[in-house]
Design a binder for this molecule. Structure first.
Ligand SMILES: Cc1cc2nc3c(=O)[nH]c(=O)nc-3n(C[C@H](O)[C@H](O)[C@H](O)COP(=O)(O)O)c2cc1C
Length: 166
């Protein structure tokens, strides 16, 4: 099996967020996709070991902030290479509460969902969310995963579903 072909799949770059007992938290994710249009549903795949997984399970809600090509790149690192278990990630990233969830201000926009189903895999939970709110923040170009790797020269850690060991 040539796993390099997986790199030909296209994604965006997102911050998936929720609450941790009243404190905002979340993680970077590339694995978000729209599943249906009416009603609008979105799926995200979150590693069992990510603190965000536990928090989404508890709240039954998540938001997706869509990173823009010109979003501050350190946001992706803050949310993607540290755990909310022992880091207050939103303390250093400006956010606003939209449709009852924290969303990153420096983004193309956001989508807020209620979890309506879950699918367990060996390593990740696929959360299926029904969209409860969505808004654009201006007219910004969404960052693709390819742009993140090729232009920002970003990396993906072990908990990302796209991770391939050297
Ligand atoms: C570009 C990028 C994409 C990522 N995609 C995912 C993803 O789709 N699912 C996932 O579970 N983790 C993904 N991660 C890894 C998590 O963001 C990372 O494990 C994070 O530290 C988890 O934080 P938490 O413990 O606060 O939830 C990604 C990280 C990066 C940098």
């Amino acid at each position: 099996m040539n796993k390099n072909v997986f790199h030909k799949l296209s994604y965006g770059v997102y911050v998936v967020s929720t609450w941790d007992n009243g404190r905002p938290t979340g993680c970077t994710a590339n694995s978000a996709m729209q599943i249906t249009s009416t009603p609008a549903t979105i799926a995200v795949s979150i590693n069992h070991d990510n603190y965000t997984n536990k928090c989404i399970n508890e709240t039954g809600k998540f938001a997706i902030s869509i990173m823009a090509e010109d979003s501050t790149p350190s946001i992706i690192g803050t949310f993607g290479f540290r755990s909310g278990k022992d880091n207050d990630k939103f303390a250093e990233v400006e956010y606003q509460v939209r449709d009852y969830l924290p969303v990153v201000s420096d983004a193309c926009g956001y989508i807020v969902c209620d979890v309506i189903d879950r699918m367990e895999t060996a390593t990740h939970t696929v959360f299926l969310g029904e969209v409860k709110g969505a808004e654009l923040f201006g007219d910004r170009e969404a960052m693709t995963y390819n742009y993140y790797h090729k232009v920002i020269k970003g990396k993906s850690p072990k908990n990302a579903p796209t991770y391939i060991a050297d």
